[in-house]
Design a protein around this ligand. Structure first.
Ligand SMILES: Nc1nc2c(ncn2[C@@H]2O[C@H](COP(=O)(O)OP(=O)(O)OP(=O)(O)O)[C@@H](O)[C@H]2O)c(=O)[nH]1
Length: 459
């Protein structure tokens, strides 16, 4: 930060009353739509929330401009900035910041080239290289929980996405909103959202420990923000475009060419000119709409194929990919396993639906961790899951069920709940329709339930 900024902040502080002091804050200058500094001014989602906080409390805020997120974190550590309006809480940041309540949540996603397969989370990254923005919370998360993943630290989200687009790294992980915004602005049509990436961002206000006393006011202010406020901010920033990135020389060339073209047509005939002008405008509008449609289809495809609670593939995906699949599998061995949690209703009744939901998520984690790369795990509905194992016979499927049962027994579920499952197994017969095989596996599951649960039966 330059000395003149300090002088300005100090002058501002002395001009205000003691009870209503100016709070100096830092932001990430390049993290749209969350926040950015453009022409020296703070903009983005966090700017709108800070304005609301100023309205709902008697706090006042003064931006300390920085040129990188790293510099902002350094100024916070030195106490030269007192607050940062939107960030995740991490153990490292706890050393110098105190955090408000969560006021904004957003999922993280994996991004890859369209030619890559969909990935069911970090477990299935395998030997691929993963780019993560330096100094972001995800770096600490991956180091702690997935230390074997081959990572590359990018200076910014922008650099990480460009490296994926250029083929320098295989996968990038970042926040869904900012990734989406960047892909749109830069027309990176070779990229796709390939899967969910780790826990949701839970964004809070951070203040330095010396200013911890402000948190009470900040939390009270955040609690006053209404649903309508949240929705207005979400709508405003969901489809952002950034003007600074426009290539003006190209715009001028296009305008020049259009101008000459229009003059020429005027010379020829005024009627034809009008007609052509309208045609050009309509084409532009159509192209814009087509782009927008493609982008929305990509997002919808992903969301339509995944279960929002467990992040597994959902029934729709399973039906589309397997049950409606006319392909003959020939000699290829394919086994189906249908899994149903035992006495799940009793878990809901005793501990409530929120705990029931957590148990579903934890069972999904166990299933995912137990299958091999290439196997597909889907949530069939309620407390029922399906696994499709390719190149696996009945014996292999039985071993998988035993492994899952053992993992469930060893897993520490919420509230110390003991969870068991029943399994129905069937192997696809030669020329058998997969729908019939699925029905056989379902009958086998029924038999496992009837004969005492916590076991597998084969059809
Ligand atoms: N918490 C939660 N519960 C769900 C969800 N989907 C379905 N359920 C509940 O799952 C329970 C399933 O109950 P049942 O079909 O009787 O099966 P069960 O109690 O597991 O008994 P068995 O399958 O015979 O061992 C019902 O109470 C549903 O309300 C969900 O997404 N979250």
């Amino acid at each position: 930060m330059t000395p003149s900024v300090f002088a300005f902040a100090e002058a501002a502080i002395s001009a205000t009353s003691q009870s209503n002091p100016m709070i100096r804050y830092c932001v990430d200058p390049d993290w749209l739509p969350y926040e950015a500094i453009i022409d020296g001014r703070h903009t983005g989602i966090s700017s709108d929330y800070l304005n609301l906080l100023a309205d709902y409390t008697n706090l006042r805020f003064e931006l300390v401009p920085t040129s990188s997120w790293r510099q902002s974190l350094e100024l916070l550590q030195q106490g030269e900035c007192e607050l940062t309006p939107i960030l995740n809480q991490t153990p490292k940041r706890d050393e110098y910041l105190s955090f408000s309540d969560v006021f904004f949540k957003s999922p993280n996603v994996l991004v890859s080239l369209k030619t890559q397969p969909f990935l069911q989370g970090f477990e299935h990254i395998g030997q691929r290289t993963l780019a993560i923005p330096k100094d972001y919370r995800l770096v600490e998360y991956i180091q702690q929980f997935y230390p074997h993943i081959n990572t590359m630290l990018a200076k910014t989200e922008r650099e990480g996405l460009e490296k994926v687009a250029n083929g320098d790294v295989d996968v990038f992980v970042g926040s869904m909103f900012s990734v989406n915004a960047y892909i749109q602005q830069h027309g990176l049509t070779s990229l796709k959202i390939a899967g969910w990436g780790g826990p949701e961002d839970e964004l809070r206000v951070g203040v330095i420990h010396a200013k911890k006393g402000l948190l009470q006011q900040i939390n009270a202010g955040l609690a006053k923000i209404t649903h309508a406020d949240h929705i207005a901010i979400y709508k405003k920033w969901h489809n952002i475009t950034v003007v600074e990135d426009i290539d003006y020389s190209l715009v001028f060339q296009v305008i020049g060419a259009l101008g000459l073209f229009i003059l020429f047509l005027l010379y020829r005939t005024v009627c034809v000119t009008k007609y052509n002008f309208h045609l050009t405008e309509n084409n532009k509008e159509l192209q814009k709409l087509q782009h927008e449609l493609e982008r929305k289809n990509n997002d919808l495809d992903f969301l339509a194929q995944h279960d929002p609670l467990t992040k597994l593939y959902n029934r729709h995906y399973f039906n589309q990919t397997f049950l409606n699949d006319e392909r003959a599998y020939g000699n290829d061995r394919v086994s189906l396993v249908i899994i149903d949690i035992d006495f799940f209703k009793a878990i809901n009744d005793m501990h409530g639906h929120v705990v029931g939901d957590k148990i579903l998520v934890q069972v999904a984690q166990v299933l995912q961790a137990s299958v091999r790369d290439g196997d597909v795990v889907a949530r069939w509905g309620g407390e029922e899951f399906v696994i499709v194992c390719q190149h696996v016979d009945i014996q292999g499927a039985k071993e998988l069920c035993q492994r899952i049962a053992q993992e469930l027994q060893d897993f520490s579920f919420d509230n110390n709940i003991k969870v068991t499952c029943s399994f129905g197994i069937a192997m696809l017969g030669e020329n058998e329709a997969i729908q019939l095989c699925f029905e056989r596996a379902d009958m086998a599951l029924l038999q496992a339930k009837r004969t005492g649960r916590n076991r597998y039966c084969c059809a």
